[in-house]
Design a protein around this ligand. Structure first.
Ligand code: GUN
Ligand code: FE
Length: 432
């Protein structure tokens, strides 16, 4: 119990005990042994008294957050071109930008901005889209490995509808490029795992989708993609795969919906109905709910409360650059606001999400994709973010629970002090 990933942190601790309950400790103790959380305590148990103790005083300590869906190559154009809906936005802004990652010098610089900022936000785990380019994706993985974050990264597959600059020649070329990428990275990384990444059905021929489904099975590789984000996209998929009963079934027909042991992540599911919900649940898939993106591209509001009640796996994604920021607190806030408007304007039988539920989705909900991740229960990986909220002046005595809610509604004043992933401190701020 003496290596540097065994220690005790002291501070204002908050974590989800269940989706409806946040447990807090004022000036409590949080114990990490060999990178694994041993629990949170009001009094430090005798057996941990010899571990080094770092006292964070009045600061908050919460579990690291999981960004279940983010596009690394889109980071540098976030916040512009937001008056479009999905398909126009992809063709006008996104595909021309991603085409630039053919140039490794461009990719290296742009990805350095992405990784630099990802280290400095609330995220400790992320599932990331790259581009279709081999070298640029290796560069992204190399940079992410350096950060100490734990991630899945995908070389994107697309063999149709990308225009002449962002498209692989055909299914065979795309599959070969994927195998080459997998062979190149084999055994190279500890914290950066590959994930198969068919962009979405409009970008991938039937043959390519089937090939990826097979590759996933052969190699036990997970898959990420997009599902039912936008109404024009949903209608297009119906034309492209006429034999499918719905968009989720189209993925199912190609064997890309995964299994509970090898779960697929589907971003969005804004327009998913009961039938799609059943398919997602049957396969143990994860929904990456991306409320900021869904607002920006006028996609709609996903009925997340219904999915939770049905027992579907859910986490949150920033979906940069359709989402304009990698700040998970902002994503939490928009998730809350969107669910309130869904209740008010769409369906009053679907109650708004509570703060407890959204805090859970950002931490334990998405964390589940990585295993025992996202809370401070014993046995979970020790991913923690220490936050200084002393700049949020108040006249009140605030509970820890109030302070974490306030931090979500006033994200600009929540400053990250330190960040730990699996017990390793991978970021420390000089500012606070
Ligand atoms: N669907 C296919 N590609 C994309 C993308 O890059 N962003 C979003 N939001 N949706 C997509
Ligand atoms: Fe996306």
């Amino acid at each position: 119990m003496s290596d540097n990933s065994s220690f005790v942190l002291r501070g204002g601790i908050a974590f989800s005990e269940s989706i409806n309950n946040i447990v807090t400790y004022y000036r409590g103790y949080l114990v990490c042994v060999d990178g694994i959380c041993q629990g949170a305590f009001s009094e430090l148990p005798e057996k941990y008294k010899d571990l080094p103790l770092y006292d964070y005083g009045e600061r908050l300590i919460i579990p690291g957050m999981t960004d279940l869906h983010v596009h690394a190559p889109q980071y540098t154009f976030r916040g512009i071109g937001m008056d479009c809906e999905l398909l126009e936005w992809l063709n006008t802004y996104t595909f021309p930008e991603e085409a630039k990652y053919q140039d490794i010098v461009y990719a290296r610089k742009a990805y350095s901005f992405f990784t630099y900022d990802l280290m400095r936000c609330f995220t400790t785990r992320a599932v990331v889209f790259g581009t279709l380019h081999h070298e640029a994706t290796l560069e992204l993985m190399n940079q992410l490995e350096e950060t100490g974050l734990i991630t899945y990264v995908g070389k994107v597959n697309m063999d149709r509808n990308g225009g002449e600059h962002l498209q692989e020649a055909d299914a065979k070329a795309s599959l070969e490029a994927t195998v080459k990428w997998l062979d190149t990275i084999k055994g190279k990384f500890q914290n950066t795992m590959p994930i198969l990444t068919p962009r979405f059905i409009p970008s991938c021929s039937d043959e390519l989708m089937k090939g990826l489904g097979q590759l996933s099975k052969e190699k036990g590789l997970r898959i990420q993609s997009h599902l039912s984000e936008n109404l024009s996209e949903v209608a297009w998929v119906k034309e492209l795969v006429p034999q499918s009963s719905c968009y989720a079934n189209a993925y199912e027909l190609f064997d890309t919906m995964g299994t509970p042991e090898c779960p697929t992540i589907m971003a969005h599911c804004v327009h998913s109905d009961e039938m799609e919900m059943d398919i997602l649940k049957k396969h143990g898939a994860f929904i990456a709910h991306c409320a900021d993106s869904n607002m920006n591209l006028t996609s709609g509001i996903a009925p997340i409360k219904k999915f939770i009640d049905a027992g579907v796996n859910i986490g949150l994604g920033t979906d940069v650059a359709a989402g304009s920021s990698m700040n998970m607190l902002k994503t939490m806030l928009i998730t809350l606001q969107a669910s309130k408007m869904y209740y008010r304007l769409v369906d009053q039988s679907v109650k708004p999400l509570t703060f407890e539920e959204v805090f859970y989705l950002a931490t334990a909900g998405g964390g589940k994709y990585f295993g025992q991740v996202g809370t401070f229960k014993p046995g979970y990986d020790f991913d923690a973010v220490v936050i200084d909220d002393s700049k949020m002046f108040t006249m009140r005595d605030m509970s820890i629970r109030e302070r974490i809610e306030r931090m979500c509604y006033n994200d600009a004043d929540a400053i990250i002090k330190d960040k730990y992933v699996k017990g390793k401190k991978m970021f420390s701020s000089m500012v606070v």
